[in-house]
Ligand binder design. Structure first.
Ligand SMILES: [Zn+2]
Length: 92
């Protein structure tokens, strides 16, 4: 009995493709710089929340409006806005 097989053939790949909206692979051209790159802020914005003061870049970097950054591996980059004041930010 191979009736069930014929039924599954009719189903489209919509149900079986395990595609999720995880920005793990950059699909921009040219590709965005990685989170480890010094150029990381040049990555494309995938989410922008000015009311909350942060943006999410394509490479997984969280960019805060004070120019601080949170890297996908958990590292924190202190704000580096060009104010001239050399403040050292100690995180926790
Ligand atoms: Zn990208």
């Amino acid at each position: 009995m191979s009736v069930t097989r014929r039924v599954t053939d009719r189903t489209t790949t919509d149900d079986t493709t395990p595609q999720r909206k995880i920005p793990s692979m950059c699909q921009h051209q040219p590709p965005c710089p990685t989170a480890d790159s010094a150029d990381r802020e040049a990555a494309a914005l995938v989410a922008h929340h000015p009311e909350q003061g942060w943006s999410l870049l394509c490479n997984g970097v969280l960019l805060f409006e004070d120019t601080g950054e949170l890297l996908p591996d958990g590292r924190v980059i202190a704000p580096h806005r060009p104010l001239g004041t050399d403040q050292v930010m100690t995180a926790a």
